[in-house]
Design a protein around this ligand. Structure first.
Ligand code: PEP
Ligand code: MG
Length: 577
């Protein structure tokens, strides 16, 4: 059966490939007591679920085309091995017989026991295999819970794997950086969630908010991810497939054409230079930033080094990661944002146990968390300072709202410097410290905060979230997430203006900086430094090269003054015409 689902585009482009379901079936597992007389039947049901899951894997493996991505076979082999391991089958049978657990619950208990041990493993590669155990178990759970039997997909030719999930966390997404998937689609999630941001950084088509993709798509089904229009086509007709393939090659040519702009300096038609920086999550992302001709790293989201592990990276490990980036950028600016842990990027709770936060985006996140954990914060500050000896490193503080947060950080920075002095370790004494403007209070109280900061970076993702009270991860309110809302535009425009007048450099590093529809508007509002994912950099540069500042300045003011949303859009369209 062919059908179409529509959602919100996270990352453009078109990909054709086969569905690879990454499930969260374990979330749906119920727990009930099996009557004494049915226990052996329940054990048999468990064995049957296991057998069906193994058969599914075998069927998938038997149909792998010789030119299919190598990851597919590796996945299937590993998952088959996990299902064959008696550690996964013996204990659940026991639990069914002795505790009268239903088969799904018994399996889930054993999976949790096994995966707990993974967190203790030192080797990062092995630690990350936890996700494989979870996925293999989910396959059994689906079989037990009446999930569909997998069809036998005809994997062939140039098609690739497309991850289909109900939801993915930013931590899941960062693991996917190692694989070469063709695309990502999820049922839930907002376009500026951190999951979406990481998906975008992979430079492959991705769509969120599809609502029913995970339920309705089967493993191995042929999919077209149309990231241009936010549409997912399941089992397309041959004609549609042909159409999309030609569109895909046109987009490929377009990408090649844009590559020619790599070394062209970004400047408007009237010769005003514009700085285009890259946002990165991991040190290895620097290669892509350089490839796109980035003149600096405007946002290194260092918290991604802290995800998918049970311990905190030590000073040396952090230093190596930061130094790697500083050196690779060879004297170009590298803005290291201190940890923005919390909300959707939570790390395992410390010794004080899991702090359950009723409203994590407004809780102990980012600078608040760092100041509550001064030992950890000092470790990071020392690592950053050490890296500053190897390049043009700057420190950026996330989620500022209060002057005392800056004061406390500066005091800790002095302490970190003193500790390094005592150890005789070199660092940049005049390292610059900037602040993110991503809470409306910071934008409104800018003159007060700005006095203590060397530069500013507007985090529009959170600024919009907090201004409009829209959870950026919640697709049910995604339609209300509006960068063009007059309140948002006013805060962005005033921040740029106040900073510029005060002689404090200001950038935008939220997703607005990489949105082609907003480039001219931001230029017109006075922005001269944009930081975005490398994949967005060249199209934005092209737009800048074709923009006359004199023309967009007056127009941008009209957009700002518009009182009706329809008029705002109309004026924006004119600006982009
Ligand atoms: C932002 O909020 O705009 C930002 C750049 O930070 P993050 O997306 O990591 O919250
Ligand atoms: Mg933010």
């Amino acid at each position: 059966m062919n059908f179409i689902l529509s959602g919100s585009t996270v990352s453009g482009g078109i990909t054709v490939g086969y569905a690879h379901l990454v499930s969260t079936a374990r979330l749906e597992v119920g727990h009930y007591e099996v009557p004494q007389e049915d226990l052996e039947n329940e054990v048999a049901r468990f064995d049957e679920g296991l057998r069906r899951a193994r058969d599914e894997l075998d069927a998938l493996k038997a149909h792998i085309a010789p030119d299919a991505p190598p990851e597919l076979e590796a996945f299937l082999n590993l998952h088959r091995m996990i299902l064959d391991d008696s550690a996964l089958s013996r204990a659940p049978r026991e639990l069914i017989r002795t505790r009268r657990y239903n088969a799904e619950w018994a399996l889930l208990q054993q999976m949790e026991k096994l995966t707990e041990r993974f967190d203790e493993i030192n080797d990062q590669y092995l630690r990350e295999r936890k996700a494989d155990v979870q996925q293999a178990v989910e396959r059994v759970l689906k079989a037990l819970m009446g999930g569909h039997v997998l069809p036998e997909p005809a994997l062939s030719q140039e098609q690739r794997l497309i991850v289909v999930a109900h939801d993915l966390s930013p931590a899941d997404m960062i693991l996917f950086k190692r694989h070469h998937f063709g695309g990502f689609v999820t049922d839930v999630g907002g376009v500026t969630s951190h999951t979406a941001i990481v998906a975008r950084s992979l430079g492959i088509p991705a769509i969120v908010g599809l609502h029913h993709a995970y339920q309705t798509i089967s493993e191995g089904e042929l999919l077209i991810v149309d990231g241009v229009h936010g549409v997912l086509i399941v089992n397309p007709d041959p004609l549609v497939l042909e159409e999309y393939k030609s569109l895909q090659s046109q987009l490929g040519l377009e990408r090649k054409r844009l590559k020619l702009l790599k070394s062209t300096p970004a400047a408007t038609l009237d010769g005003t230079p514009i700085e285009l920086y890259a946002n990165i999550e991991l040190p290895q992302d620097v290669a892509e930033a350089l490839e796109a001709g980035a003149e600096g790293v405007g946002l290194f989201r260092t918290e991604f080094l802290f995800l998918n592990r049970s311990d905190l990276p030590r000073e040396d490990e952090q230093f190596e990661a930061y130094r790697q980036v500083a050196q690779a950028m060879a004297g170009r600016p590298v803005v290291l944002r201190t940890l923005d842990i919390g909300a959707d990027k939570a790390i395992p709770a410390g010794e004080d146990g899991a702090r359950t936060m009723p409203n994590p985006a407004m809780g102990l996140r980012a600078i608040r968390w760092c100041l509550a954990e001064p030992h950890m914060f000092l470790t990071q500050l020392r690592a950053i300072l050490r890296a500053s000896h190897y390049g043009k490193v700057r420190i950026l503080l996330p989620m500022l709202a209060h002057l005392h947060e800056i004061e406390q950080t500066l005091a800790l920075l002095r302490q970190a410097k003193q500790q390094l002095d005592e150890r005789g370790v070199p660092y940049e004494r005049d390292i610059e410290v900037g602040g993110m403007i991503e809470i409306p209070a910071a934008a409104l109280a800018l003159p007060i905060l700005m006095r203590r900061l060397n530069f500013l970076s507007i985090g529009t993702n959170d600024l919009i979230q907090y201004t409009l009270a829209i959870d950026r991860t919640d697709d049910s309110v995604a339609h209300l997430y509006d960068p063009l809302h007059p309140a948002v535009l006013t805060l962005v425009a005033n921040t740029i203006q106040t900073a510029t007048r005060g002689g404090v450099p200001v950038a935008v590093c939220g997703e607005m900086a990489g949105d082609l529809q907003l480039t001219r508007l931001l230029l017109g509002l006075g922005l001269r430094n944009f930081s975005m994912h490398p994949s967005q950099l060249l199209p934005i540069k092209e737009r800048i090269l074709r923009t006359s500042l004199a023309e967009v300045q007056t127009h941008a003011q009209r957009v700002l003054r518009a009182t009706d949303p329809a008029k705002t859009r109309e004026l924006l369209d004119e600006l982009n015409a």
